[in-house]
Write a protein that binds this ligand. Sequence first.
Ligand code: CMP
Ligand code: MG
Length: 402
Amino acid sequence: MSETIYSRKFAAGEEIFRIGDQGRNAYFIEKGRVEITNPRDGEDLVLATLGVGEIFGEMSMIDDAPRSATVRALEDTEVIIIQRSRIMQPVISADPMMNLILRVVLARFRGAQHKLAGMSTEPGEIDRSLGEIRDLAIKRINFEKDMRRGLELGQFEMHYQPIVALDGRTIAGFEALMRWQKDDGGFISPGEFIPLAEQTGLIIELGRRALEDGLRDQIRLAETYKSVYPHQDVPFMSINVSGMQLTDLAEIDLMAGLIEESGADPAHIKLEITETLLVENFDHAIEALQKLKSLGVLIAIDDFGTGYSSLSYLHQFPLDTLKIDRAFVVNMHESDNSRRIVRSIVQLALSLNMSIVAEGIEEMEQLSTLHALGSHYGQGYLMSKPLPFNDALALIESKPIW
Ligand code: CMP
Ligand code: MG
């Protein structure tokens, strides 16, 4: 992530931009003063004089329309450039309603300015021009409404994907994965609803649900497993935990309570956490993880290699398992580099005494290579897709060997 902040200097009297210019950046005045003017009856009408700490150019930055006024430096001036891509892209994707509101406010301001200048704006014109942005905002609101309703109606259900020991090629554990089945029977993929759940805060509730169901079903799957494989270790249950759940200490207490009261053996519960979370909020994350770890649960680092991959955190956290992201596994046989990366990740994890799960295994060749490289476990469509609880039970009973 580049954190470069650009600044620029303008000499006294220099024009920074002119009305009608294309422009996508706003400017924060660090030093100096600028004058904002509009031509009116053959003269320059001064709209404002701005100094240190003030911002100009924000209008075009927001809606990408041509500059509404001319800006000139009154003194030697220094500005910090505020890039549209940095500011607006996150707003548009995270909160389309906020984007719509910004655009409505701006459109109304432009409308008022036009009126004052004696130019006409048709009533309703503003609202019509925002059609696409409004559609996006409404779509998002409806999605959120559907999701809340789906939660109430029990449309979210955990499915369980087996994780296979690469030595004996039998089931060693499961990952609990959430499915959303809508009224019409169609499935919405977690890839679609999880980011939205994160943005709306619903992830907290979904996360609790996943934990509760995962704990309960681990006990049930383990019972069957023990009767089928009396001499093997009880299967572990991997449960995904989102960053948002870990940023709230009260939520961690609640999760700890759920784990303790579930009756599941914490030694067979593995919480999966993404590396982005660890890197973004290091001090807090370490406290949260230690608290969970003290219950006796295992911690896995999920999707390893796709986030920041800051290796410095690896030895500072109480991590038990590293999950190699599917992106490396899928390319392993096409690309020498992918295979070398997988080998290095495996060696890194082994030297840190972590166990390794490779995700996204689709071909027997990948499974063999991963085993040869030293990965302990594998997960993927080659073995099984995520299964409803009863099918997972049936799978155990069928004693599969891959
Ligand atoms: P933008 O339209 O991007 O470029 C010209 C800038 O002038 C505009 O953003 C605002 O920052 C500023 N501006 C426009 N109208 C006014 C006003 N009435 N008062 C103060 N500043 C203005
Ligand atoms: Mg996971």
